[in-house]
Design a protein around this ligand. Sequence first.
Ligand code: ARG
Length: 563
Amino acid sequence: MASNEEFNGNLKQKLEELFDASLKLTVPDVPGVEPKIKTAVGKKGDYQCDNVMSLWPRIKGKSTHIEDGLALGQAVVEKLPSSEMVESCSVAKPGFIDIALSTKWIAKSIENMLISGIDIWAPTLSVKRAVVDFSSPNIAKVMHVGHLRSTIIGDTIARMLEYSNVEVLRRNHVGDWGTQFGMLIEYLFEKFPDSDSAGDISIDDLQSGDPVYCKTWAKICETSRNECAKVYQRLKVELEEKGESFYKPYIANMIEELKGLVEEDKGARVIFTKGYKTPLMLVKSDGGFTYATTDLAALWYRLNEEKAEWIIYVTDDGQAKHFETFFKVARIAGWLPENDKTYPRVDHVKFGVVCGEDGKKFKTREANTVPLTDLLDEAKTRSKAALIKRAKEARDTKEWTPEELDKTAEAVGYGAAKYADLKNNRLTAYTFSYEKMLEDKGDTAVYLLYAHARISSIIRESGKDIDELKKTGKLALDHADERALGLHLLQFAETVKEACTELLPNVLCKYLYKLSEHFNKFYLNCRVNGSAEETSRLLLCEATAIVMRKCFHLLGITPVYKM
Ligand code: ARG
């Protein structure tokens, strides 16, 4: 039965194992049949197995006792190893297998999670160490909204991998080096050897390139770094800076290793790759290195020194060509396998631009600067105003203490900004709108945080010690809405796995939104406090709250318990 050892919460995977065993027994002569399991499309079952339709033509005429697809489906079902998990299977023409899970087993699995904690539902991945290269702004330039997107998406990917027990090296690959910076420093030192007017320089001053404001390069870096640190601190994002300059000492050896691929081209040293007109520029004609040179050196370091098996780069899709080209070079050089899904593996997690409500590229000011801290302040201010208004309207709600209000406004405001970004498929451009992201209905963090706060208050109001209840209480899922919620809870593990392996945070957002919808339906139709099923239903509330909090955690959102 569902002991911790044999059941890790991944329903789909468990069904795949069962059907794999059955397919091997049913069609032993057909090699390499991968079980095709997906959540049921129709209303008949919970999952379905879709192997028969493609399998039948392959064995037709070869088997004496199986006369059609329907019979093949029945044979697969008969050979299914017995398990407590599957209640029944039914076969429909031309060979669909509908799988109904045991309600008892769903309930037991949730009880099990309540006792052991949600970590038993963490996905298992085949990698031990990964690099997530994200945020990565450029020194002496402002961090723009694209970097904010990279920061939010990259942090969530890192969190999901960490939850899956992968060691994650969170890398801030800041642009702190290159010919233009070298020239700037030289210029500064030559012209202003003892200028001390750098006391109160701002990012805008650095951008303008007017050296009168600048004292030293170190000051430039520091200013930029402090600016970024403020954003990271607010977003609670952890990053370790290993900027472009870090990889400088590895360039010479790296070029030596690629010697066989390098060609001369008008005084520059380049690498041509099949299918790409423009070669990768390794050494410019003036002897300087490029963005790609550094990225190759960094890749070499990550593979050989850091022993990372999966290296994930999060930037806007404008850089797609750059990544494709240097990934290609690394494959030709034999650093990476030809098959891009096998490890060690690299992925460019690209995303579209952020637009303002006018449909143009998002800017918060007329100037080129996009102060991200202003953006976060605004989200917080607006969410605070909404909380105050709400408290006034609901006369029974007791007053906020100033600290409570501030903390909640921050969690909701920042959470809303993050969620608005993450819920979209990252490949599409998204429109930034304070109003939309802070709406308390629909697919917003505000709505989800409310749902969580509501569940918390249901549990509080019961007056029961939920931690005690967890240890001994039994869960029954007799009502259809209880069962639907229970099943959805159990689908958490496979959802995180999918979001993680496909590198799509929006998959998790969609799950979370659906979870709150399932909860609302349950709560509408099933009385909790004071009902005969109170214990069981409180446990279901608690399990929902636990899964919601885990989702919030993975999305970098701080949960609130009262709103
Ligand atoms: N600094 C770059 C930019 O702002 C992003 C760096 C991404 N990481 C990388 N390894 N190339 O566009």
